[in-house]
Design a protein around this ligand. Structure first.
Ligand code: F6P
Length: 352
């Protein structure tokens, strides 16, 4: 078989390890691995070449993606889709493994019914917003990066008696903020899934500040972790809090740090390398077993999909993945509710 592999959308730490594992799995079983550069952009341009075992040797420890990535708008048009299908034919691919997030898996699902090539998705996005995978490749590293940054900020916040609002990536999903906020001893965690109004967000933060700096307390820093998907812009929130602090709390200052793309880069954690390696192998296996229009999911909640020979990996129909993703993002799924319930419990640790 000729097995194509591409990385698409926002890069995620662990993508390189996943490509390595796809190549190892493919070549190890006597197949040819074809690396497609810059995601679907490269597919449309036919920018691809064979990947040898040596080309991917020792690749797992690097962040980003050596194959390159892109957000390809053309794939959302009928002409782009047709071009992609033509290229798959011209390259004589028997399978295409798409490593990426939401948008990339939507592209994979659009291709699958129109090509004899087997299309297999692998969830990779720091946002952890892909349905039917407890973790996507890159999430664990991103959480560790945020916790590391929050710890550093806590040092300086404590020294100067400051309130810090730290904004973290995650697009419409609050998972990164939830997980890292709890691990970093945050005093408040703001996520879009809670669907608070602007006034409620401000009220909540003000209550945290008043509780933290009331007479008799000796609290030295306040940390608010805010997901970028929360609609109130961070600068506006900070301006509101500064007004309250200036009026009511002497010797306290409010600052903001937007971590931005720092959260997306860096060497993958051991867990991300492991997940990437195992999902890559499972993706090759799925293609070899003739499966198409599926994703390999890491420990899908409630055991969705079909088992593979890896006990932590299951194959789930891409159609189901995309439906579950939508529900998760509108905080309408069991999983989203379970995540929020955990956050409610974690509130017991926050702001006391
Ligand atoms: O999807 C990953 C992600 O890093 C999001 O958290 C963020 O909103 C977005 O990508 C940023 O994308 P770009 O780098 O294209 O601006």
């Amino acid at each position: 078989m000729r097995i194509g592999v591409l990385t698409s959308g926002g890069d995620a730490p662990g993508m390189n390890g996943c490509v390595r594992s796809v190549v190892k799995g493919a070549v190890g079983q006597g197949h040819t691995a074809i690396g497609i550069r810059r995601g679907y952009e490269g597919l449309l341009a036919g920018d691809a070449s064979e990947l040898s075992l040596d080309a991917v040797d020792g690749l797992s420890r690097y962040g980003g993606t050596r194959l390159g990535s892109a957000r390809c708008k053309a794939m959302m048009t009928p002409a782009g889709l047709q071009r992609a299908l033509d290229r798959i034919g011209e390259m004589a691919l028997d399978a295409l493994i798409v490593i990426g997030g939401n948008g990339s898996l939507t592209g994979a699902h659009a291709l699958a019914p129109h090509t004899p090539a087997r299309i297999v998705g692998v969830p990779a996005s720091i946002d952890n917003d892909v349905g039917h995978s407890a973790l996507a490749i890159g999430v664990d590293t991103a959480v560790n990066t945020i916790v590391d940054a929050a710890d550093r900020i806590s040092d300086t916040a404590t020294a100067h008696h400051r309130v810090f609002v730290i904004e973290v990536m995650g697009r419409h999903c609050g998972f990164l903020a939830m997980r890292s906020g709890v691990a970093a001893d945050a005093d408040a965690i703001l996520v879009p899934e809670r669907k608070l109004t602007r006034e409620q967000v401000i009220e909540r933060c003000v209550a945290v500040l008043r509780a933290s700096f009331r007479a008799g307390r000796h609290k030295e820093r306040v940390l608010i972790v805010k997901a970028e998907g929360v609609e109130v812009p961070t600068a506006e929130l900070v301006a509101e809090l500064r007004g309250v602090v200036d009026a009511e709390m002497t010797g306290v200052d409010v600052r903001e740090t937007v971590l931005g793309h720092i959260v997306r880069g860096g060497a993958p954690s051991a867990l991300d390398r492991l997940i990437a390696a195992r999902l890559g192998l499972a993706a090759v296996d799925a293609a070899c077993r003739g499966l198409t229009d599926v994703m390999v999911g890491w420990e899908p909640p409630r055991g969705a999909g079909e088992p593979t020979r890896d006990p932590s990996v299951r194959t789930v129909r891409l159609a189901e993945v995309l439906v579950e993703t939508e529900r998760m993002l509108s905080a309408d799924s069991e999983l989203a509710r379970a995540r929020l319930a955990l956050l409610d419990m974690a509130d017991g640790l926050l702001a006391l």
